[in-house]
Design a protein around this ligand. Structure first.
Ligand SMILES: C[S@@+](CC[C@H](N)C(=O)[O-])C[C@H]1O[C@@H](n2cnc3c(N)ncnc32)[C@H](O)[C@@H]1O
Length: 202
């Protein structure tokens, strides 16, 4: 008989208690995890945020791949799951609510981050919360920062496209349920302008 891991049991139990907030019955697959981090330049970033860590499928990859000086800020609203992650990953910084992300980042020595990884179940949120979190993500990112978010539908595509000049979407069939991965680049407008100016000079 196939062995079901403690993480899967904990995740499913949390889902039964709060299905809309958890948003899925089991943790993400390794295929989805691979796609989420495909374009994250781990050796070139000084900060990374994860929103909706769950049992830590992505948190583990962050902890294993970030440079020692890189700050990892992890948000998970479920107390039981977050407390477990605090024990496993003592070098990362944990917070309960993605809605507090902007305030928390503002208080950092460097008040902007390079990458946001999101597993938040946006489609289960009210329109107001959805819009606020999407705007906060854009706000906390550095000028050339990147958001990678997975969703089970394309419902958030327009919202992301309104905020980010470059949005690409890939599909991961080997996940329950299959998922879309949105990679959204903020793009540094000042360096774009400089490049245009330089081209003009030449
Ligand atoms: C679909 S699960 C993804 C879990 C994990 N990242 C994975 O891929 O297996 C979404 C997670 O977002 C968390 N979550 C929902 N709303 C949140 C919020 N406002 N702040 C932080 N975490 C939240 C849920 O508790 C849940 O663990």
């Amino acid at each position: 008989m196939a062995r079901i891991s403690n993480d899967k049991i904990r995740f499913f139990y949390s889902f039964l208690q709060s299905p809309k907030r958890i948003g899925s019955v089991i943790p993400s697959s390794s295929f989805l995890a691979k796609e989420m981090f495909r374009s994250v330049p781990f050796s070139n970033i000084s900060s990374i945020i994860e929103l909706g860590a769950g049992t830590g499928v992505f948190t583990k990859l962050i902890a294993e791949n970030i440079m020692p000086q890189t700050k990892g800020l992890i948000f998970e609203q479920n107390d039981a799951m977050r407390n477990k992650l605090v024990e496993i990953f003592p070098d990362l910084h944990f917070y309960p609510n993605a809605m507090e992300m902007a305030d928390i980042v503002q208080k950092l020595d460097e008040p902007a981050v390079d990458v946001v990884i999101s597993s938040l179940p946006f489609s289960n949120f009210s329109q107001e919360i959805r819009t606020q979190i999407a705007h906060d993500i854009h706000k906390v990112l550095k000028p050339n920062g990147m958001l990678v978010a997975f969703q089970y539908s394309k419902q958030m595509k327009q919202t992301f496209e309104k905020l980010f000049p470059e949005v690409s979407v890939t599909f991961v069939p080997f996940n329950i349920p299959p998922a879309f991965v949105f990679t959204c680049n903020k793009i540094d407008e000042s360096s774009e302008k400089n490049a245009v100016e330089e081209n003009r000079l030449w």
